[in-house]
Design a binder for this molecule. Sequence first.
Ligand code: PLP
Length: 355
Amino acid sequence: MHKKLFIPGPVEVREDVLQMMSHPMIGHRTKDASNLQRSISEKMQKLMYTKHQILLSTSSGSGLMEGAIRSCTRKRAVVFSVGAFGDRWYKMAVCNGVSADKIDSELGKPTTPEMVDKALSTGKYDLVCITHNETSTGVMNPVEEIAEVMKKYPEVVYCLDTVSSLGGTKIEVDKLGVDICITSSQKCLGLPPGLAICTFSEKAIEAAKQVEFRGLYLDLLELYNYIKKKDHQYPSTPSLSHMYALDYQLDKIFEEGLENRFERHRKMAEIVRAWAKEHFELFPDEKYASNTLTTVKNTRNISVAELNKKLGERGYMISNGYGDLKEVTFRIAHMADITVDEIKELLQVIDSILF
Ligand SMILES: *Cc1c(COP(=O)(O)O)cnc(C)c1O
């Protein structure tokens, strides 16, 4: 039996979107391929509220995170970590020989504008990495407030990980001053895993030009130059199947309406948070609780594995905690095309198992 996914990626993918993955193949050096790529770029610009060039990568989101920190750090990067994914971004810098420092928040707490200001005021850094929505702790960082601080440092390249939030909550890339905003196909966009998407600003382009060794497959400047030179094509063969599905799904997202989509995510989050507070506790500071997934503190010491087994028998799947939080939390994702009614149904089924 298929289990309906309430895990923070990969998410449940609608049947009509899956069907688009089986579109007949086309040559990747054809006019049709250029048109497909251009169409996706224009739609993604609308979804990301940006005028910057959109880059696609046939990798998961991690590919572009690694590409961003390697391609655009000239001097030294600072990575703000609020959990597992910030830690991973720092590790990418280290493994690529990029000079970097990591500044941690206590788990469940956000990156604050004060922390960003303090680090950047040292003048040591020319690239900053921030996680918008930390999928381990369920923290959504205050990016509007951080944007105010970033205005003081116009020379710093701003990279934002919106892998588990873009498409589920409003992220106005240009207004926030983000240079490289990164996301993946398999979370709030509601597609299968395998495609990553980012914005690439003029500032980021100029920074990359000054970096000698940017790698090749994940070199953001190489991707950008190829798009410009070869009319929206890619240096290597992209996942055209994902591209057909994304182009289609973006139309569906606009059909729902962006504000409606964001509001649906807010509503689902509210319902899950209320449920979590009634029976358990929230893991993150509620002020910064995510709209796309809820990390619940396992205050009743239930066996999450046992709960998930029983949910599985009924056709549902949630997620245990991530990394160090494996036993002390569990996570319910409310992403992509899941509806308010489906979330209510899931919680009722959990109630019938636990209480
Ligand atoms: C899932 C996730 C990633 C990793 O993305 P992949 O597409 O799996 O490589 C990075 N950051 C956050 C916040 C995530 O949720």
